[in-house]
Ligand binder design. Structure first.
Ligand SMILES: O=C(CO)COP(=O)(O)O
Length: 276
């Protein structure tokens, strides 16, 4: 039990979820992707632990590589929650190489990133389609995990003017499989693929336009209540220099940050959370 005790985050340690009055809190996710060694991540954790306070209206989550989740659970400051970057569609069983949502939950992980464009693309393997992402979302929620659900268009899709069609086609299978209550534990991460890792960020106005369209789609296709409560994070070359401008937009409720989350710049992004 000593291991579990050292990993656990007390209930309420991360501010989490929409505030009781129905206003949205900010959600700042770091996605470390497949990066880090014990040495580099111990250094990063130590730097994060020494950084300043997290604003009361923000929830911070780090998506660690699966192998480094225990290191993060044990050593990262307890006001930062831990996310996995994927989970299995299945429960435990004969599924070599998979990690089940129930195992993540058992370990003390509270979030999972699903549907990231890199996993949809597949990097040389079969990628994940929107139906699979929807089923994984349902499976993760059923085990009590919260989900950062990634959607977003490619460059050629934006240029063809189909950004919202793409986002809607990625959201539709999820909306078909989730109950209205399930959405309380989902955040949508809008990550235009052309902005990921490229240094090309959507301008605050461009991002706001798509976020507002996503919220409208949720209102029309799920419910107005869910649409107004759900957090929509922006991802794609977010950094300490542009985070505040993005999060100042009315429908941008945080970020999902790749490269900058592997540096102290992550805390500059956190400082960009508007004061409420
Ligand atoms: O993919 C991302 C987060 O999930 C964004 O990555 P970058 O911040 O490196 O562009």
């Amino acid at each position: 039990m000593a291991f579990v005790a050292s990993c656990s985050r007390p209930e309420g340690a991360t501010t989490g979820s929409p505030a009781p009055d129905g206003t949205r809190t900010y959600l700042i996710g770091g996605n470390w992707k497949c990066n880090g060694t014990i040495a580099s991540l111990e250094q990063l954790v130590s730097d994060f632990n020494a950084a300043g306070p997290i604003p009361a209206n923000a929830e911070v989550v780090i998506g660690a590589p699966a192998i480094h989740i225990p290191l993060c659970l044990m050593t990262l400051r307890k006001d930062i929650a831990i996310a996995a970057q994927n989970c299995s569609l299945t429960g435990m069983g004969a599924y070599t190489g998979e990690v089940a949502a129930s195992q993540l939950k058992d370990m003390g992980v509270t979030w999972v990133i699903l549907g990231h464009s890199e996993r949809r693309e597949g990097f040389g393997m079969a990628g994940e389609d929107s139906e699979l992402v929807a089923k994984k979302t349902k499976a993760a929620l059923a085990e009590g995990l919260k989900v950062m659900l990634c959607i977003g268009e490619k460059k050629e899709e934006r240029e063809a003017g189909t950004t919202m069609d793409v986002c809607a086609s990625q959201l539709k299978p999820v909306a078909e499989i989730l109950n209205k209550e399930d959405w309380a534990n989902v955040s949508i991460a809008y990550e235009p693929v052309w902005a990921i890792g490229t240094g090309l960020t959507a301008t605050p106005e461009m991002a706001q336009e798509t976020h507002a369209n996503i919220r409208q789609w949720m209102s029309d296709n799920v419910s107005p209540d869910v649409a107004s409560a759900i957090r929509i994070q922006y991802g794609g070359s977010m950094n300490g220099g542009n985070a505040a401008g993005l999060m100042a937009q009315p429908d941008i409720d945080g970020g999902l940050i790749g490269g900058s989350s592997l540096k102290m710049d992550f805390f500059e992004c956190i400082k960009g959370v508007p004061s409420s």
